[in-house]
Design a binder for this molecule. Sequence first.
Ligand code: NAP
Length: 265
Amino acid sequence: MKISIIGCGNMGQAYARSFRKYGLVKATDLLLVVRNEGRAQLLSTLGVVSNELGPAIGESDLVIIAVKPQDFGNVAPALAQIIKPEQVVLSIMAGITMERLQRSLGHVNVVRAMPNSPAQIGMGITAYATATELSMHQTLMVEQLLNSTGRALHLADETMLDAVTALSGSGPAYFFHIVDSMIDTGIKLGLEPHVASALVKQTMLGSYHLLDHSDRTPEELIKAVTSKGGTTEAAFAVLTKDDLSGLLDRAITAATQRAKELSGS
Ligand SMILES: NC(=O)c1ccc[n+]([C@@H]2O[C@H](COP(=O)([O-])OP(=O)(O)OC[C@H]3O[C@@H](n4cnc5c(N)ncnc54)[C@H](OP(=O)(O)O)[C@@H]3O)[C@@H](O)[C@H]2O)c1
C-alpha cells in the first residue's frame, strides 16, 4: 500500500508514526508533503519527504489531508489536478464536509474523519464517515489505518460528526481543564505543586481504569464512594447546586453548534 500525507503537523506526524509503528506502510511508500524545510529534516526517517504538491501523490492508494481547514483552499486546486479516480482521499480537517471535499477536488472517493489529540500517542478515538461510492475493501483499509492511532468508529450519518467534534474532538481540552482546576485547588489548599499534580493525574488514570474494568455505571461508582454525611457528599452538594452537568451540557452543545456553523450544516 502507498500513502501520501499532506500536512505533517501534530496529526499528520501522528498518523505517519502510527502507520510505521505497526508496519502498515513501508517508509519508501509513505510520502510526506510538508511546506517547511525544518520539518523535512525531522521527518526524513519516517518516509519520503517532499515540499511540493506533485505527481507522486497520484501514485498513492490513500491521500490524507491533514492541513488546517483554512489551508484547504490553498491545496485543493493543485490536488484536484493530481488525484486519480481510484484513489481514496481521507480528510481529518474539522468542518470541511464530504460534499465540499468532493466538489473542490472533483473526486468522489472521500472519507471525512474526526480524530482527537491522544492519537499522537496511539490512544485516540476517530469517528469517520465515508462517501457511498467507497468499496468495502477501501473502507476496511481506512479503518485499519485509523485503528493504528487508537480506535475507529464508522458513522452512517456524516452530520453526526458535529457532535463527535464537540464530544471527543474537543473532549481532551475539557479533561485538561478539569485536571488543571483540581491541581490549582490542591495547591491553594497547601499541597506542593508536584504533589497536587501527582494526586490528580493518578486519580484520573486510576478512576478511568476502574470504570473501564468495572461492570458498574459511572453513577453506581459515584454512589460507591459517597457515604452519608461524608466528604464526597459535601462536594456533590456544591456540584449539584451549581449544576456541573448542566454546565457541561451547555458547553458541549455550544461546541456542537459551532461545529455546525463551521461545516455549514
Ligand atoms: N490537533 C487535534 O487534536 C485535531 C483533532 C481533530 C482534527 N484535527 C484536524 O487536523 C488537521 C491538522 O491539525 P494539526 O493539529 O495537526 O495542525 P498543525 O499542527 O498546524 O498541522 C498542519 C500542518 O499542515 C502544514 N501545511 C499547511 N499547508 C500546507 C501545504 N500547502 N503543504 C504542505 N503542508 C502544509 C502546516 O505547515 P507549517 O508547519 O508550515 O504551518 C502544518 O505543519 C486540522 O485540519 C484539524 O482540524 C486536529
